[in-house]
Design a protein around this ligand. Sequence first.
Ligand code: IMP
Length: 211
Amino acid sequence: MKILIASRNAHKIREIREIFALPAVEWVSAADMPGLPDVEEDGDTFEANAVLKATTLAKASGLWALADDSGLEVAALGNAPGVHSARYAGEPCDHAANNAKLLAALDGVADRRARFRCVAALSDPSGRAETVSGACPGHIIEVRRGTAGFGYDPLFVPDGHDQTFAEMGDEAKNAISHRGRAMTLAQRRWGALLASAPSRFPEGGTPPPGA
Ligand code: IMP
């Protein structure tokens, strides 16, 4: 069965494919399907944006669709940039400018605590969606380090580690990241269901992971 990854971000698509390994599933991405609508991510929460992306693209494509919405929450900034992480320094998304703005906002600030959050939403072709979420706590350093990954990776050191996400490389990052955790829960919650190639979610939904 085909499942649409509701993203055009090559990095995210690769991370999702690496983590959410389902035999018998052929992943296609929004980049492979021209003509799908652009979704304006104007929700106030990661949940709202993930559900909006998944349901819009599922209904438009007639496929099951998996979307994620993610971002960085910085304690001393009242959880900013949050849902505005991609465009923190303005349109269009510019990772270097976002990192520079974050460093300026935290100049002289002792409390460097931050966390990445990710919500994954899976929608059936009728537009019925379920979500799971993951978080990764850490702190923001003062000078960028590392070249792997994307976004705020060069500034973020996860708790219990000395390297930034950008120094760790994909495999080590995926094992602990917000997206890795959300996708692991996604696989636990929806893996068996998707392996049976259903046409839609069962009545009453699938049990949450751990239930
Ligand atoms: P989204 O594409 O709307 O989910 O926005 C995600 C934005 O949050 C990205 O453009 C990055 O700025 C930030 N972000 C999310 N996940 C990560 C990550 O794994 N590493 C670094 N930055 C991330």
